[in-house]
Design a protein. Structure first.
Length: 332
C-alpha cells in the first residue's frame, strides 16, 4: 500500500453493508363502511444497493482514504391500502478508471473498471417482503401473515488503483523523469539530485495542439531486480501495466545507454510479459550536458534501430516539442 505524502492514494479497504428490505405489511382493511375488509398490506421496499461507479474526473482513491464503512439504508416497510414501502437509496462510490475491486476475505477478483461511467453493484440491497395482500387466494382469503424483508449483503473489499495514463515514464532513479513531467505538464513533482526522490506516482496532463491532451505518469525509478522487489519500482510497476506507451528515459551521462535500456526492458518483461507488447520510445535526457554530435551518433548506434530515439533536455527545452509530437503520433 502506498501512503500519501503527495495525496496519491492507490489502495483502500472498505467494509460495506447494503440495506435490508422492508417487511411486508399484514394489514387488514378497516374503515367506517367495512368492518372486516380483506388483506391490504403492501410490500416492503428494497434495501439500498451499494454501487461502485467509474468517474473519469477522479484520479486517485484519496476521497476514500478515511472511509472505513459504507452502509446503504434499509427499505421501508409496506403499509395499509397496498402501499409499498419506499426503496432505500442506493449509495454510489465514485472511483477512478483503472480501479480493481477484490473481496478481501477470499482475495477474489470482483471487477475492474476500464472505462468511464461503468457501474458495478457491489452489495445488493435486500428484497422487500411481500405484504399479506400478495398471499391472498381463493382458498385463503384472509392471510394474516406477510414476508420479512431480505437481509442486505456484507462484504469487505479492497479497491486498488492502476493508474491509467497514456504514457508511462520508465527509467533509473535520477534519470530526470520528474523533471520532464514538470516541464511538459502542469504537475509539480518533487525533483532531487539523489536517487528515489519520487516515492509515489505522479500524473500530469500534456496539453497538445487544438485542446487535445494526453496523460503521462511518472513512477519511482526502476533498478535491476525491481521485478523481485528491489528498490521501489516493483510496487509501482502495476501502474504502468495499463499505459499504452512506455517512454524509456535514460540520462546522456549514463555510461552504457544500450545496456541500461536492456536492463529496464528486462525488468519489465520479468514482471509481466505483456509489458513488452506496449509501444516504446527511447528518450535520452539531459542533452544540455553533451552536445557532441559524434558522441550522440555513437549512442544511437548502440540502440535498437526499430524504436524511435530522441535527445531532449528539460533544462534547455531541446527536443521537447518533437517529443510531444512523437508521443501524439504513437497514441493516435
Ligand atoms: N542538466 C540537466 N539536469 C537535469 C535535467 N533533467 C533533470 N535533471 C536533474 O537530474 C536530477 C534528477 O531529476 P529527477 O527529475 O528528480 O529524476 P527522477 O528520474 O525523477 O528521479 P527519481 O524520482 O529518483 O527516480 C535533478 O537534479 C534534476 O535537476 C536536464 O534536462 N538537464
Ligand atoms: Mg522522480
Amino acid at each position: 500500500m502506498s501512503q500519501s505524502k503527495n495525496n496519491f492514494v492507490d489502495f483502500v479497504r472498505i467494509y460495506c453493508k447494503s440495506g435490508k428490505g422492508g417487511s411486508g405489511s399484514k394489514h387488514l382493511r378497516r374503515d367506517r363502511l367495512t368492518a372486516k375488509g380483506g388483506p391490504d398490506g403492501g410490500d416492503g421496499g428494497r434495501g439500498g444497493h451499494i454501487i461502485i461507479k467509474s468517474n473519469r474526473n477522479k484520479w486517485t482513491l484519496l476521497h476514500l482514504k478515511y472511509t472505513k464503512h459504507i452502509k446503504s439504508p434499509n427499505g421501508l416497510n409496506g403499509g395499509k391500502s397496498l402501499s409499498t414501502g419506499a426503496d432505500g437509496n442506493d449509495v454510489v462510490i465514485d472511483v477512478p478508471i483503472g480501479t480493481v475491486v477484490k473481496d478481501i476475505q477470499s482475495d477474489k477478483f470482483l471487477f475492474e473498471f476500464d472505462d468511464d461511467n461503468q457501474k458495478y453493484i457491489l452489495c445488493k440491497g435486500g428484497r422487500g417482503g411481500k405484504g399479506n395482500a400478495f398471499f391472498k387466494s381463493s382458498t385463503r382469503q384472509t392471510p394474516r401473515f406477510s414476508q420479512e424483508g431480505e437481509n442486505g449483503v456484507e462484504l469487505a473489499v479492497s479497491l486498488e488503483l492502476k493508474v491509467l495514463a497514456d504514457v508511462g515514464l520508465v527509467g533509473l532513479p535520477n534519470a530526470g523523469k520528474s523533471t520532464l513531467l514538470s516541464v511538459i505538464t502542469a504537475a509539480k513533482p518533487k525533483i532531487g539530485d539523489y536517487e528515489f526522490t519520487t516515492l509515489t506516482p505522479n500524473l500530469g496532463m500534456v496539453n497538445y495542439r487544438d485542446g487535445q491532451s494526453f496523460v503521462i505518469s511518472d513512477i519511482p525509478g526502476i533498478i535491476e531486480g525491481a521485478h523481485k522487489g528491489r528498490g521501489l519500482g516493483h510496487r509501482f510497476l502495476r501502474h504502468i501495466e495499463r499505459n499504452y506507451c512506455l517512454l524509456f528515459l535514460i540520462s546522456i551521462e549514463d555510461e552504457n545507454i544500450g545496456k541500461t535500456y536492456e536492463m529496464l526492458l528486462n525488468e519489465l518483461g520479468l514482471y509481466d510479459e505483456t509489458m513488452l507488447q506496449k509501444k516504446r520510445i527511447i528518450v535520452i535526457s539531459k542533452g544540455d550536458l553533451n552536445n557532441n554530435v559524434n558522441e550522440r551518433k555513437a549512442i544511437l548506434k548502440n540502440l535498437p534501430k526499430n524504436i524511435k530515439c530522441l535527445f531532449i533536455s528539460s533544462v534547455s527545452t531541446e527536443g521537447l516539442s518533437d517529443l510531444k509530437d512523437e508521443l501524439w503520433n504513437i497514441l493516435n
